[in-house]
Design a binder for this molecule. Structure first.
Ligand code: MRU
Length: 364
């Protein structure tokens, strides 16, 4: 399969009459299929079904979803336009609950839309709302690309020659606008000439590690070893893992971190084995309204993902299933959080507040 290193997980194509093009991540690695999304319902479906996934990418996709939704909407008054905007934002807000980037991006789109609609010179027939929304969505996309590079630059110093680095789920170009967060750190260290081995967990039940992470690492020529999720402890015990590096879907004000289910277990194992455990995430992944991890909603997904992964029946019909998509790693088990502004260490409310400063978590 041909796969360009600079290929984008999502990208707006064309001008105001354009569309959102995404890689359908449910088809990888067997097939590189691009999908064109022309309306907000298609964007919502792509997020729910994980065609597009990863916290930053979900936020960016939703921002473009608002553009598409308002382009479809028919309104003759400012009040109608605002009602449409609210409906569209609500539709997208209810796609996935855990990654906070979705809510930050939608708040930003709503603010820009509302400001335009409630301005005294707003003309509902002039059709100039869509270009304004499109400019904001593109700014969010661009900003995410910049943040990823900056995170990589901050974190690459942690990666030394000969290390074994364990990662979980997928945090690369496919999960962001470009390059990635935790994987971006590894890409940058590799580009800087360091040689190391990445141990990628399968990431049951949807195998983002096996399907997407190994794919991205191989593409960049990084030595990669795939392991079953439940093999991680034994590899640590054997001394093969020197550092654990994962992404985040939402980080509470005290540093408790929601990430793909299984992250908690890896952090516990890292504690037992005395292995440094780092999270890499943009400041858009912080939620200062959540004082600690108990305030973070955890998405529960269909039992069928566990009993019939990718259509293959592996458990008896009707068996009770727990399928949380995320878990919360306590701040005290996290050695540091690599952000675009620097590494937060030790991880606690005080150091997080200092990193975010008086600016909003979106870095505006
Ligand atoms: O369910 P997913 O595939 O959207 O989960 C993704 C993760 O948990 C990632 O680790 C997280 O979003 C960070 S992506 C840079």
């Amino acid at each position: 399969m041909k796969f360009n290193r600079t290929l984008r997980a999502l990208e707006w194509v064309g001008a105001r009459d354009g569309f959102l093009r995404i890689v359908d991540q449910t088809r990888l690695p067997q097939e590189l299929r691009f999908v064109q999304l022309h309306d907000v319902e298609e964007v919502r479906e792509a997020i729910v079904s994980l065609k597009i996934r990863g916290a930053p990418a979900i936020g960016v996709a939703a921002a473009f979803g608002v553009v598409l939704g308002m382009r479809q909407a028919r309104y003759h008054t400012a009040a109608d336009a605002l009602a449409h905007l609210e409906r569209i934002v609500h539709l997208l807000r209810t796609s996935r609950p855990t990654a906070v980037n979705l809510f930050h991006a939608l708040e930003r789109m709503y603010r820009v839309g509302k400001e335009a609609i409630t301005a005294p010179d707003f003309n509902p027939l002039a059709n100039d709302l869509v270009p304004r929304l499109l400019a904001e969505a593109q700014a969010i996309w661009e900003e995410d690309r910049r943040l990823c590079r900056a995170i990589a630059e901050q974190g690459a110093v942690l990666i030394q020659d000969g290390m074994g680095i364990l990662t979980h789920c997928n945090t690369g170009a496919l999960a962001t606008s470009d390059y990635g967060t935790a994987l971006g750190v590894l890409f940058m260290a590799h580009e800087q000439g360091r040689r190391f081995t990445v141990y990628a967990t399968e990431t049951r039940p949807l195998w983002q590690g096996a399907r997407l992470t190994t794919f991205e690492l191989r593409l960049r020529g990084i030595e990669t070893v795939l392991l079953c999720d439940n093999a991680a402890g034994w590899l640590m015990r054997q001394g093969k893992i020197h550092l654990v590096l994962v992404g985040a879907d939402r980080i509470a004000a005290n540093g408790d971190t929601a990430n793909k289910v299984g992250t908690y277990s890896l952090a516990a194992l890292a504690q037992v084995h005395g292995i440094p455990f780092y999270v890499a995430a943009p400041t858009t992944s912080f939620d200062l309204n959540a004082s600690d991890g108990t305030a973070i909603p955890i998405e529960q997904r269909s039992p069928l993902e566990v009993t019939k992964p990718f259509g293959l029946t592996i458990a008896p019909d009707g068996i009770a299933v727990e399928n949380p998509a995320f878990d919360i790693t306590p701040a005290q088990w996290i050695t540091g959080i690599i952000t675009e502004r620097g590494i937060v260490q030790p991880v606690e409310a005080r150091t997080i507040a200092a990193c975010l400063g008086s600016q909003s978590p979106r870095g505006e």
